[in-house]
Design a protein around this ligand. Structure first.
Ligand code: GTQ
Length: 349
């Protein structure tokens, strides 16, 4: 491995001439942008406790009326990436959003894709391109790039959910913007998880042979995911993970272009090493408590806690209950990495 020339080795006059012409020599920066064998990472394994977030978010509810916020959100900002950059991993934004009874968050669309994963409270809903999606605890609701969405709340208690967006990526590409619009008409129709896509393996007959819509299903109810995990566990060997992928029911592909979603059940007492891979991720605890080791960082996790996983990280998870399963919801950027052709998995050494 040769040592590359540095900037200082170049004559000052030459460096100034390069600068003048908007040129830069590659070789002094070669190992920074293309380090050998392993990417350089600034993302830190970071753990956010819901116990810390919740009172601060409720306080935001008292400090800032919805009209002054549009979206009342506390962002999970990875300190390694600069807290002002509002990003949990290089590609994934995570925010905790609060909506109070009677409030509405106005209609808009934007170029980044978003999803909501509901943490607590009942009676809120999101309207996505006219489809009314009730927000039950643990439900996943998609608002893909360019789809109109607004939120409302007809219930009695505060509702809190987690937003995940591919905003950092789209912002970095200088392609991020939003468009405001008039309020969508309310709808009394059930969302399509209750009608068209009621059950895996069954599709409306007319969707056969038809040009597929990119986003046929907007809502994935948690009760379905949870019971599917319990059933999957019965048919899964003890040394294998009990994990389900959220997919487009018409194509079987991942449901959004950049972010992928999955649900992992840790059996009582289970300790699991996840396959090391090139994707970054965010893990949210739906139910249960345990321990995690992400690279060199150890932490305890409880219900509704969230943690950031850098690319190429080593991950160990342990369910500390010997009687109850733990349920984790995982957002990653594997779909984007697969499309770009560099997604990798690294089997245990
Ligand atoms: O609810 O539409 O956390 O537009 C960030 C940007 C939520 C939303 C966020 C958004 C939204």
């Amino acid at each position: 491995m040769s040592r590359l020339g540095t900037l200082e080795e170049l004559p000052l006059r030459y460096r100034e001439e390069l600068l003048q012409e908007n040129l830069a020599p590659l070789w002094p920066s070669m190992r920074t942008v293309l380090p050998h064998n392993h990417p350089a990472r600034k993302t830190r394994p970071t753990f956010w406790s819901y116990k810390a977030i919740r009172p601060l978010l409720l306080e935001a509810g008292r400090l800032t009326p919805i009209e002054k916020a549009e979206r009342r959100v506390l962002v999970l900002a990875n300190p390694g990436l600069g807290s002002e950059n509002l990003t949990a991993t290089p590609s994934i934004y995570i925010g905790m959003q609060l909506i109070l009874p009677g409030e509405t968050a106005p209609n808009h669309y934007h170029t980044p894709s978003a999803v909501r994963f509901v943490i607590e409270g009942e009676g809120a809903y999101t309207l996505v391109d006219g489809e009314k999606c009730p927000m039950g605890r643990g439900d996943l609701i998609l608002t893909p790039s360019g789809k109109w969405h607004q939120h409302g709340h007809d219930g009695k208690d505060p509702v809190i959910w987690m937003d995940a967006l591919d905003l950092p990526l789209i912002y970095h590409l200088e392609a991020s913007y939003a468009v405001e619009g008039r309020a969508q008409a309310d709808s009394d129709l059930p969302d399509s998880s209750q009608t068209l896509f009621r059950r895996a393996g069954l599709l409306p007959y007319r969707s056969l042979g038809r040009q597929k819509k990119p986003y046929p299903l907007m809502r994935f109810p948690w009760q379905e995911v949870r019971s599917a995990l319990a059933d999957l566990a019965r048919a899964t060997a003890a040394d294998e993970a009990v994990r389900l992928a959220y997919v487009n029911p018409e194509t079987g592909e991942e449901c959004l272009p950049v972010m992928g979603f999955s649900a992992l059940m840790l059996r009582p007492g289970e300790e699991r090493r996840l396959t090391r891979r090139s994707a970054s991720a965010v893990v949210h605890v739906v139910e249960g408590g345990g321990e995690a080791t992400v690279d060199a960082v150890d932490a305890r996790w409880e219900e509704h806690d969230t943690f950031a996983i850098p690319t190429h990280a080593e991950i160990r998870l342990r369910n500390l209950s010997n009687t109850q399963p733990a349920y984790l919801f995982i957002v990653d950027d594997a779909p984007m990495q697969r499309k770009l052709g560099f997604y990798e998995e690294f089997p245990a050494r």
